[in-house]
Design a protein around this ligand. Structure first.
Ligand code: ADP
Ligand code: ADP
Length: 226
């Protein structure tokens, strides 16, 4: 079952110095249950690829399908809905809402999607419990450690039961030991839930724990060869 399909994706940015072709025909197929590491030097286009895959940016060429649904001909409202229903994002910085508690941060996307407050709270507490954060459910992000903040952000990304998880350097802000732990949990969660995940990381040690590694090189995705 294909969860995410990118075919010959092209993305060009216009810059003062001319146009920059960041993606030049990148292709990738992710099956449900598969966790793939995305590597490549800084500036290679990893974030761009994740934005295009996550329907946040439109490609200039090629096609994107999420959960079997082509994104090309959707209007903005339909794209937003498809994104909300099928994709979860995790960033290097947690982007939690500072005025809300941990449990509320995990409830909010569910309520935006139409889930009742009570049901959202129940699910949010179950999710926080899986990463040992139930005792901290009432804390605002500022009172959580970096690792705890990222765990909450990961559970928020999973709150609406997405088909695809896109993560951009999810442990890049954490110290080595914490990053290792959080990435291990992330891999475990993906394996348990059977969603597909694409995880950009600079850390090859972490990348090797995933099912395979793809590298962005010259705007193309190629199997990583050590
Ligand atoms: P990575 O995530 O691998 O570090 P990015 O996708 O962030 O790479 O960036 C790839 C290249 O595209 C970089 O040279 C960056 O400066 C450029 N870029 C990214 N976003 C934009 C934008 N909105 N406008 C112009 N150039 C951009
Ligand atoms: P670029 O510079 O490549 O345009 P940005 O990182 O500025 O990329 O943002 C790309 C898109 O991602 C924008 O539509 C922005 O609103 C969205 N975005 C950025 N951060 C978040 C976030 N934490 N949650 C949801 N969407 C985000």
């Amino acid at each position: 079952e294909v969860a995410l399909d990118l075919q010959s994706v092209v993305r060009t940015y216009r810059q003062a110095s001319g146009s920059l072709e960041v993606l030049r025909g990148a292709s990738l197929t992710l099956r449900a249950g598969e966790i793939v590491a995305l590597v490549g030097p800084s500036g290679a286009g990893k974030s761009t690829l994740l934005h295009v895959a996550g329907l946040l940016e439109k490609p200039d060429g090629g096609s994107v399908q999420v959960d079997g649904r082509p994104a090309e001909n959707l209007d903005d409202g339909e794209r937003t809905r498809l994104r909300r229903d099928t994709i979860g994002f995790v960033y290097q910085f947690h982007h939690l809402l500072p005025e809300f508690s941990a449990v509320e941060n995990v409830m909010i996307p569910q309520m935006v999607a139409g889930v009742s407050r009570a049901a959202a709270r129940t699910r949010a507490r179950t999710l926080l419990d899986r990463v040992g954060l139930l005792p901290r459910e009432g804390h605002r992000p500022a009172r959580l450690s970096g690792g705890e903040q990222q765990r909450v952000a990961i559970m928020r990304a999973l709150a609406n039961d997405p088909r695809v998880l896109l993560a951009d350097e999810p442990t890049g802000n954490l110290d080595h030991t914490t990053g290792d732990l959080v990435m291990g949990e992330l891999v475990g969660l993906v394996r348990d839930t059977g969603l597909a995940a694409l995880v950009a990381t600079h850390n090859l040690e972490l990348a090797r724990r995933m099912d395979r590694i793809v590298e962005l090189r010259d705007g193309l995705l190629v199997p990583y060869a050590a």
